[in-house]
Write a protein of this length. Structure first.
Length: 118
């Protein structure tokens, strides 16, 4: 059962943009990581963007310069801004929060479809 709620997916043309949102039910104070993953049909789930608890963001090579992860602490929400989308970005996107406090755990969103038409 998903503990995080995702929104913002959909169908977009090549070169278009989408912003995904992922909201936790409560505040996240300390975390190991906050991130976005994706899984295309027939492929394994891969990390797309990661914000580490110690600081710093990292991105898959395939999305560097196009995707940006951000966080709104007051809204308990992380975002994935996706620009210059390509057909190979088509996948189900999942958010993840690996939380240390207040309630430790590895939390996932329900997954949301992003489809980029050529």
């Amino acid at each position: 059962q998903a503990q995080l709620v995702e929104s913002g997916g959909g169908l977009v043309e090549t070169g278009g943009s989408l912003r995904l949102s992922c909201t936790a039910p409560g505040r996240v104070f300390r975390f190991r990581s906050l991130g976005w993953f994706r899984q295309a049909p027939g492929s394994q789930r891969e990390s797309v963007a990661l914000r580490k608890g110690g600081g710093g963001d990292s991105y898959a090579d395939s999305v560097k310069g196009r995707f940006t992860i951000s966080r709104d602490t007051a809204k308990n929400t992380i975002y994935l801004q996706m620009n210059d989308l390509k057909p190979e970005d088509t996948a189900v996107y999942y958010c993840n929060m690996n939380v240390l406090s207040p309630i430790p755990g590895d939390y996932w969103g329900q997954g949301i479809q992003v489809t980029v038409s050529s």
